[in-house]
Design a protein around this ligand. Structure first.
Ligand SMILES: *Cc1c(COP(=O)(O)O)cnc(C)c1O
Length: 428
């Protein structure tokens, strides 16, 4: 469910027409719908409450770290799951209270951990023994006690794309199942640390409930064992991963997900953290692009657009599917013909869709890539020296640019010529 609809033949985001924003901002740009983000959060929060769970939803900021997006969620009561100091600083800047922030990630540096301790966040999810030792040392030096979870690797196959599977024993994430008790014992003994939680995150874009259930049942056994060892487990961090429909998939509903949590873990007396990213923002965003030209090749027609793999990397990275729609509603009589939709970047991988049926388009027409709110702008780069793509947020009849497009001058100004070149004609 989202708030992007055709009204009188033109695509709108809530109460604002896409062509109006395009005229103002220029293309390409990302467009987010506040009402859609709010709805996803509310449906999930209500499902968790209805299942009788005491749950906090920590938005996985890596899916979309724009301050306005984080703030939309934090105003509804969301916390944040962060994986770097940059994300932690963004969450704090967007107004997420420190006591609702969890810090995950396999490679947190000493400086990042020290900053997290200083910020007083709720929980740090530790992924290795050396990290545990470093955290203890830093917490002790700061005179603090830090609540920690150990991220466990339950060795469960999430049945998703290999690049976003994280809970198998060959993946780099978490502590392997067989060593978990030992590591909790170390955590209990170390000064400055209070092990209160167990964390797991088995992957992203899961479209079945089975792998979640399997992981939760393993956690259940683990909590009982850890308690018998003397660790006071009070909180369960269940990660994110619930999928969204890109191409007709039918992922489990938030109610089914909440039901599976309640059924497997509900009687342990723990509070629950969930860390959804994609679920909250995936279909709350579009990437809007203009057709640059239509090129007829030897065997196929290429629709060349002004968005590229640097703006939306998922098709190149994961062979991901995004539905592509014209902003002007095609009439029912017009026949769609298969075309390749490509960007201007000098890589064959800069192809958004191959042989995709599309109504005839011409230069200047606007197209949108659907379900681009998660891992879209977040992964954008300036490859081919294309300025970072701007982001727009719509709220009812209003819209605002929530990240500006840098000018070419600003983009180039990050570079410096070394002093031995500064006498050249182009030197500064
Ligand atoms: C990426 C990630 C998430 C969010 O995953 P989604 O599939 O977007 O819900 C949650 N927790 C951790 C630890 C992650 O790395």
């Amino acid at each position: 469910m989202n708030h992007f609809d055709y009204q009188d033949g033109v695509l709108f985001a809530e109460g604002v027409s896409i062509p109006r924003i395009a005229a103002d901002v220029g293309t390409p740009f990302y467009c987010y719908s506040t009402a859609t983000i709010e709805r996803h959060y509310t449906v999930l929060a209500e499902s968790l409450a209805a299942a009788g769970l005491k749950a906090t939803i920590c938005f996985a900021c890596k899916a979309n770290p724009n301050l306005a997006v984080i703030r939309t969620l934090s105003r509804l009561g969301a916390g944040a799951d962060v994986v770097s100091e940059g994300e932690l600083r963004r969450a704090l800047a967007a107004g997420v209270p420190a006591e609702r922030i969890v810090f995950s990630g396999v490679g947190k540096t000493r400086d990042e951990l020290a900053f997290a301790i200083e910020s007083g966040i709720m929980q740090i999810n530790v992924e290795s023994e050396p990290e545990l030792l470093m955290l203890s040392e830093l917490a002790t030096a700061a005179g603090r006690e830090i609540e920690v979870a150990i991220r466990v690797n339950p060795d469960v196959d999430a049945n998703t794309h290999a690049k976003i599977t994280t809970g198998k024993k060959e993946n780099k994430f978490g502590i392997e199942w067989t060593r978990v008790r030992e590591v909790y014992a170390i955590a209990r003994a170390l000064p400055g640390l209070v092990p209160v939680a167990v964390a797991c995150h088995i992957g992203s874009q899961l479209t079945e409930i089975g792998p979640f259930r399997e992981a939760f049942l393993r956690l259940r056994d683990l909590v009982q064992v850890l308690r018998s060892d003397g660790t006071d487990i009070r909180r369960l961090d269940l990660g994110g991963g619930l999928g969204v429909p890109y191409d007709g998939e039918t992922p489990p509903s938030p109610a089914a997900y909440a039901g599976a949590i309640a059924e497997t873990l509900g009687d342990l007396g723990c509070s629950v953290l969930v860390e959804p990213g994609r679920l909250l923002v995936g279909n709350a965003g579009l990437l809007v692009s203009s057709v640059v030209r239509v090129k007829t090749g030897a065997t196929r027609t290429f629709v060349v657009v002004d968005a590229a793999m640097n703006d939306l990397m998922r098709p190149a990275l994961y062979d991901a599917y995004h539905a592509i729609h014209p902003v002007t509603e095609p009439s029912a009589e017009v026949e769609a013909v298969p075309v390749d939709i490509v960007g201007p970047v000098c890589e064959t991988g800069d192809t958004f869709a191959r042989q995709r049926p599309l109504p005839p388009v011409q230069a200047g027409d606007l197209l949108v890539f659907a379900t681009a709110g998660a891992y879209g702008a977040a992964m954008a780069s300036t490859y081919n020296s294309r300025p970072l793509v701007p982001e727009v947020m719509v709220n009812g009849n209003r819209f605002a640019v929530v990240r500006v497009r840098p000018s070419y001058e600003e983009m180039i100004a990050f570079d410096r010529l070394p002093d031995w070149q500064s006498d050249t004609k182009t030197g500064q």
